[in-house]
Design a protein around this ligand. Structure first.
Ligand code: ADP
Length: 625
């Protein structure tokens, strides 16, 4: 059986623990995945909302910037004075005025360049006429804005200036005369300035052409980089309109992560191949008029770290939950094991009790059987003992018969002689003397009747039951019974009995038998002694009555002292003793819950000591003497 306080788990509990841990890990993984998914969605959505707001802002910013210049070339083209400059050929002075006009308009509008092109695409007047790289004299007929203007439309185009090397947005308006297009008025708007205002912003904002080439970017490293590798057609088109001159349009390394709903894209971009990529949420809006697309790229860094924090919090919660669950489980399992242990212990105990009960029951049955047998044996023994007492008594009677015959013969002889005497005295009319003799005869018969009564009492079978007896009376009766024998032996008996009221619970006849036996044995032991002397004493000690019978015989030999109470132990001649007297006395005293023992008196002779329980003094004597 396991110790309940031990930490070792039983095999099924260990299996349950492993299963629990696996389940907890799976549940935690699910919780973390869900938290990551949910928090990513939430925080990326916030990022997207911010990016959209910014996109609106940049859009209107660009719209406003371009819209401001859109009508400038139109207005100039409509002006008659301007149209006059397109009437070729022009003299130097007119050209000078045209240059001055462009310069003035340019400085008033804040455009980057304002210039006039003839029908061939040659620039004949420009606001930067006296700069290091004036447009004047350059032919820009390859530019789409010129071609659109020559078709009578407002030409729009954005490009890297071939002469200036600066990025700009071009608006070109045709100059009509009698439905004939003489040339175009062009205003170039600087994009560099707009871009410069963006760089401080957190988000990256880019303007891409239809091929995905970044033309304007708040992040300088992305300028003239394409979001995807360019196709051959695209490269050819770019070469034709010389939008980017000879700039090497290397693609950025863009990895598409996932699309979030409509429009927004989650991408990872590296500036250079192999460099570390940063993740962005990209929202875009096309500006069809301008021919470009504006995109805001918001870094997902914050959203991601928020998601990581949320996931970590969830992980911590999982861990705490797991720890609490483990703790609860451990406590519960320890409790379960303890209950289990107690149950098994009580079962074991019950089983043991059952076994013990069965053992006891069989032992009890055995004991009862034995008791039955013992009782039967005891009954048999008692019967035998009763028979023996009777036999002993008969033996005692036999022993006494001689004395009895003497006892009876003597008074009988005396009666006879008294009777003879009485007859003679009556014949002689001596009536008074005859009456005296008759009285003597009467006395003698009375004495004989007394002796006979004693014999009857002794010979009677004793009763079984015990009753309160006055010890003095029993002793008196017994000694009285023995009187003839004592007289014959010339023995004296002294009785020392300070308290004549002591009572014992016994059988009268049986107790008499014991005393009689002890006194008889004492007489036998002193046979032939000159003055046989027997001392009977009664004492009371510690709730017991002690009766001692001492003689002045030879005492008992040490070797025999242990077997003196054995049945049939005798040292007497055949016919004189059966060796039953003391054995029977021993059993009788035991029946009275008393004891009997023998000692040799230091002054010589044997002392037999009988101890009996003392009975409390009654109010009145129960049995009359
Ligand atoms: P029995 O008298 O028939 O021999 P008992 O049982 O009365 O049988 O006595 C057994 C023996 O104990 C006697 O034979 C005797 O040797 C011894 N004995 C008994 N009483 C005395 C005594 N008072 N003094 C010496 N020996 C005794």
């Amino acid at each position: 059986m396991n110790n309940p306080s031990g930490h070792r788990l039983s095999r099924p509990r260990r299996r349950a623990a492993v299963l629990g841990i696996v389940a907890a890990l799976a549940a935690s993984a699910l919780v973390l995945a869900l938290t990551w998914y949910w928090s990513s969605g939430l925080f990326l959505d916030q990022t997207r909302a911010g990016a959209m707001a910014k996109l609106d802002l940049y859009n209107s910013n660009l719209d406003g910037a371009l819209g401001k210049y859109q009508s400038v070339p139109k207005l100039l083209a409509l002006h008659e004075g301007v149209a006059a400059f397109f009437q070729a050929p022009l003299d130097a002075e007119t050209l000078q005025r045209a240059n001055a006009l462009t310069e003035t308009v340019n400085s008033l509008t804040g455009a980057e360049d304002t210039y006039f092109m003839d029908a061939e695409g040659l620039t004949f007047a420009a606001s930067n006429w006296d700069s290091e790289r004036p447009f004047v004299g350059h032919n820009f007929s390859y530019r789409p804005y010129f071609q659109e203007a020559m078709q009578g439309q407002l030409g729009r185009f954005f490009a890297l200036g071939t002469t200036s090397g600066r990025r700009g947005y071009y608006f070109a308006s045709p100059v009509f005369q009698n439905n004939e297009i003489l040339g175009a008025v062009v205003v170039k708007v600087s994009l560099t300035d707009i871009e410069a205002a963006w760089t401080a912003d957190e988000e990256k904002v880019i303007v891409t052409d239809p091929h995905g080439v970044i033309f304007v970017s708040s992040h300088a490293a992305w300028r003239f980089r394409s979001l995807a590798p360019l196709s051959d057609e695209a490269l050819q088109e770019i070469a034709e309109n010389r939008r980017y001159q000879s700039v090497d349009l290397r693609p950025l390394e863009v990895v598409e992560q996932q699309s979030i709903g409509e429009g927004p894209r989650l991408i990872r971009i590296a500036d250079e191949p192999g460099a570390q990529k940063a993740e962005y949420l990209m929202v875009s809006r096309a500006m069809p008029e301008a021919g470009w697309t504006v995109s805001v790229l918001a870094s997902t860094h914050l959203a991601r770290s928020q998601s990581i924090t949320a996931t970590l919090v969830a992980a911590l919660a999982c861990l705490i939950t797991f720890l609490i669950a483990t703790l609860v489980w451990q406590r519960r399992s320890r409790l379960v094991e303890r209950i289990d242990y107690q149950r098994r212990a009580s079962e074991e105990l019950e089983q043991r009790v059952e076994e013990r009960t069965a053992d006891l029951t069989s032992a009890n049955a055995q004991l009862e059987r034995e008791i039955g047998e013992r009782e039967a044996a005891e009954a048999e023994l008692r019967q035998a003992q009763d028979d023996l007492i009777q036999a002993g008594k008969l033996a005692a009677l036999g022993q006494m018969s001689a004395a009895l015959s003497h006892e009876f013969n003597q008074p009988l002889a005396a009666i006879r002689s008294y009777a003879d005497n009485a007859r003679l005295l009556i014949e002689r009319n001596r009536d008074r003397e005859a009456g005296e003799n008759l009285q003597r005869i009467r006395d003698l018969t009375a004495r004989m009747a007394e002796i006979s009564k004693h014999l009857m009492t002794f010979a009677r079978k004793p009763r079984r039951e015990l009753r309160p007896l006055v010890l003095a009376e029993v002793l008196d009766d017994t000694l009285d019974f023995l009187r003839i024998r004592l007289e014959r032996a010339g023995a004296t008996v002294s009785l020392e009995q300070p308290d004549r009221s002591l009572r014992v619970r016994a059988g009268r006849v049986r107790l008499q038998h014991v005393i009689l036996n002890l006194v008889s044995n004492a007489l036998d032991a002193m046979e032939g002694a000159e003055e046989p002397k027997i001392e009977v004493a009664v004492r009371e000690t510690a709730g017991r009555v002690v009766v001692s019978v001492r003689d002045h015989g030879p005492g008992i030999e040490a070797a025999q002292i242990g077997s003196i109470f054995d049945p049939f132990f005798t040292t007497k001649d055949v016919g004189k003793g059966l060796g039953l007297g003391l054995s029977i006395s021993y059993n009788i005293v035991k029946d009275f819950e008393g004891s009997i023992r023998v000692e040799n008196h230091p002054g010589g002779g044997a002392v037999f000591i009988v101890e009996l329980p003392l009975l409390a003094q009654p109010e009145a004597v129960l049995e009359p003497a």
